[in-house]
Design a protein around this ligand. Structure first.
Ligand code: GLN
Ligand code: ZN
Length: 765
């Protein structure tokens, strides 16, 4: 039996890579320094895995920015627009690489970055490969060979990890007409073959091809591509040990396809889909090795050894132990680095810490499982593990019967406003007296360096609570008065007290804990530190009421209460694995509902519940969408439905395509929805128009992701486009998203123009 790691966090336990990249980008360090940091990280990671007794240690899982972009450079899939960067002789391959990742503004050139999108259902973002009809590929970057060689020099024979050719193509996008990217497979494969030849000559043993698409819905053509690719590789390299790795879902209808591929080993994600093991065992040939992904690579809880051993035993009952590998479910880049760095017992209680495992701890889980699966092994580790799990199962820190009872008692009526939208709307119109094309913003206003410094000082104890509050109050007051001055209709308080829209609520909810160093790469040098839901969630006291009430006290205009919705809070946290996600979502929903009711009681007439992450929670397989959407929409509705008809509920969504879930968005039944729209020139609004979306909509007219200030005419024309497809009485005028990352000067100029645009639209009616 072997232990197999699919990939290890490359960012470094102290975020060394982040810091090194950012220094290099700002021109404050040389490439030599950056390269040295990369080298050290790789070496540390390999050594760590070796010391933990891992047999198959990956290489090429390291990346300066993104492993998909690495592949693009490897096969020379470089979009035309970067050729000027290449022509400049002083630019290195790395300059080209970062230009593709981040754009290039130098020497009179202004080249946009490549598009970035989410890696399946994770919060990791990859750089989307761009393909042209009949595109040719050739081997360019030799990164994988260099890294394999580097490890070999250190005395470690690693397993190179490549994105498999089929998945690599499917991850990309066609940038010209008249072809499907999978048609390029014949052009692409020779580069892989050449690469494997080079690795082969260095005596490589195992090579891992990541093919996560094998666990997704596939077309006939895509299925054929899998068979074609791996048969060709087999023909060229009859003795090479190839592993095809799948993850994030089960093989399901692709079991026959996957087990018939002429590869040596197949990796399965048995955390996401343990049921596939039976299917696979039934279909597996008598030579293929199985890599059992039993340790969760996507979460931070310790493994249940007894449960994993049951799966391992199921496999050993059918195939011999020498054909079995034990592994995490997927690459560990989705896990934080090292739990032993969490030394502050008041931040992370020792009892809770005992239930947790980060990447480094997961290495030990994998090798411990191998020991435990060996017949006759002594099992103190198993005992200790089962005790920790038993403690978790029964801990009074986790379980609160009143919370569980409240969720169990949720009725349909709790998830429904008292009256339908048409009735509510009349009452809201009478109460709010808003003009046609009402103006508002999405919530946050610029978080200046000052604001962030105050928070840092307050956390360090250098500012007292009162001092901190007074500073924030002054900032809020300034913001409210300014909005009033320029004539915005529905104001916000500005969210200056929030560091992050999820963490802020997590910090105030029971059932949440935090880490100090639990960083996970999100994209490039950006990392996130998701809060951790460990127990039943409840709200000990109001969270936002004081700030909103204060802002409302400053103005006769309505101030919008600002909350994050239950699905987004869930989606951007590490969550419990001892109950369904839906259960946790309902607990959070009730906490938000109480907050909404308290805001109403405090005299707040408009309340926004943000759900930007509702779409990204969609399961990878279409067959499961409705089930997810059903509880997700219900959770939102529970949070929104405790108020009177007169209270106007807003929601907000960004970076989404809405077409395929528009019915579900309508089912959320928010009185107003604001969406990101300006970059798509209102195209995203079409889904709402085609559907005859009944409630009110604010399609964003100002792209807040760019420092650019849109002109009045531009915003007027965007709104004209909108009113051509949605009746004017249903429309709001607002930016695409919160203004937190913008500067005050550009924000002011843009919002003044936005208000003037709304006036112009009203005058023209
Ligand atoms: N209310 C939040 C803000 O304005 C919304 C952020 C988001 O949609 N990502 O910052
Ligand atoms: Zn947004």
């Amino acid at each position: 039996m072997l232990t197999n790691i699919l990939g290890y966090p490359r960012i470094g336990s102290q975020r060394e890579l982040k810091k090194a990249c950012e220094l290099y980008w700002s021109g404050k360090s040389t490439f030599k320094n950056l390269f040295q940091v990369g080298r050290n990280l790789r070496q540390q990671n390999w050594q760590l895995q070796k010391d933990a007794g891992i047999d198959l240690i990956p290489c090429n899982d390291f990346s300066f920015y993104d492993h998909v972009l690495d592949m693009s450079l490897m096969v020379s899939a470089i979009p035309e627009r970067y050729h000027e960067v290449i022509l400049n002789k002083s630019n290195t391959e790395t300059d080209l690489y970062f230009a593709m990742a981040r754009g290039y503004q130098k020497e009179g050139l202004d080249i946009t970055a490549m598009e970035m999108t989410k890696w399946f259902d994770t919060n990791y973002h990859y750089i989307v490969p761009e393909f042209q009809k009949d595109q040719q590929f050739r081997m360019l970057s030799t990164k994988v060979i260099d890294e394999f060689y580097e490890a070999k020099q250190l005395g470690i024979l690693t397993k190179p990890v490549l994105i498999g050719p089929v998945s690599y193509l499917l991850l990309g996008k066609e940038k010209s007409e008249g072809f499907h990217r999978i048609d390029l497979i014949k052009n692409l494969l020779p580069v892989y073959i050449e690469l494997l030849k080079r690795l082969d000559s260095l005596n490589v043993q195992w090579v891992q091809f990541d093919e996560p698409f094998l666990a997704l819905d596939l077309s006939e053509k895509e299925k054929q591509a899998f068979t074609y690719v791996y048969s060709e590789i087999r023909k060229e390299f009859p003795t090479l040990k190839t592993i095809v790795a799948t993850y994030f879902d089960g093989l399901r209808d692709n079991v026959k396809l996957a087990t018939s591929l002429p590869v040596c080993a197949l990796h399965l994600d048995l955390v996401r889909n343990p049921a596939q093991l039976d299917d696979v065992l039934e279909n597996i040939s008598d030579k293929m090795t199985l890599s059992l992904g039993v340790v969760d690579g996507r979460n931070i809880w310790i493994n249940d050894y007894a449960k994993s051993l049951t799966l391992i035993e199921k496999a050993t009952a059918r195939i011999t132990a020498d054909r079995i590998m034990i592994a995490p479910s997927c690459s560990l880049i989705h896990s934080p680095c090292d739990l032993t760095l969490e030394t502050n017992d008041t931040v992370l209680l020792p009892e809770i810490k005992r239930w947790m495992a980060f990447a480094r701890q997961k290495l030990h889980e994998v090798s411990t499982l191998k020991q435990l699966a060996t017949p006759g092994a002594a099992s103190p580790a198993l005992q200790e593990n089962q005790q920790a799990l038993e403690n978790r199962k029964t801990s009074t820190r986790i379980h609160h019967n009143d919370v569980k009872r409240r969720v169990a008692a949720i009725t349909d009526a709790d998830a429904r406003r008292t009256n339908p939208f048409a009735t509510r709307r009349k009452k809201q119109t009478a109460s709010l007296k808003l003009p046609l094309y009402p103006t508002t913003t999405i919530g946050s206003f610029p978080q200046t360096a000052d604001v962030r410094n105050w928070r840092a000082q307050w956390k360090k104890g250098e500012l007292t609570q009162t001092q901190y509050d007074d500073l924030l109050k002054a900032e809020t007051k300034k913001t409210v008065y300014w909005q009033e001055d320029i004539g915005i209709d529905v104001l916000v308080h500005g969210e200056f007290e929030r560091n992050d829209m999820v963490e802020y609520f997590g910090e105030q909810l029971d059932g949440y804990t935090f880490s100090k160093n639990g960083w996970v790469q999100s994209y490039g040098s950006r990392c996130v530190k998701p809060p951790i839901v460990f127990g039943d969630v409840s709200r000990p006291k109001p969270m936002t009421v004081a700030w909103t009430k204060y802002a409302q006290s400053l103005t006769p205009k309505p101030v919008k209460g600002m909350l994050t919705g239950p699905v987004t809070i869930l989606q951007w946290s590490f969550v419990r694995d001892d109950q369904p996600r839906s259960e946790t979502a309902f607990q959070i929903a009730l906490a938000i509902r109480d907050e909404v009711v308290d805001l109403e009681r405090a005299g707040i007439k408009v309340i926004q519940i943000d759900e930007p992450a509702i779409r990204e929670g969609l399961p990878l397989r279409r067959a499961e969408w409705q089930q997810y959407l059903q509880w997700a929409v219900k959770a939102f509705r529970i949070s929104a439905s405790g108020v009177r008809d007169e209270t106007q509920i807003h929601t907000h969504m960004c970076y989404s395509e809405f077409n395929d879930i528009i019915q579900n968005i309508a089912d959320m039944d928010a009185d107003v929805i604001t969406i990101e729209c300006s970059r798509s020139q209102m195209e995203l609004l079409d889904a709402f128009a085609d559907f005859n979306y009944p409630n009110e909509i604010g399609p964003g007219v100002y792209d807040i992701h760019s420092p650019r200030v849109p002109s009045r005419e531009e915003m007027v024309s965007l709104m004209r486009k909108a009113s051509a497809v949605v009746p004017a009485e249903q429309l709001w005028v607002n930016p695409d998203c919160g203004l937190k990352t913008r500067h005050w000067d550009e924000t002011k100029r843009a919002l003044i123009e936005m208000v003037e645009a709304a006036k112009e639209l009203r005058a023209a009616v």
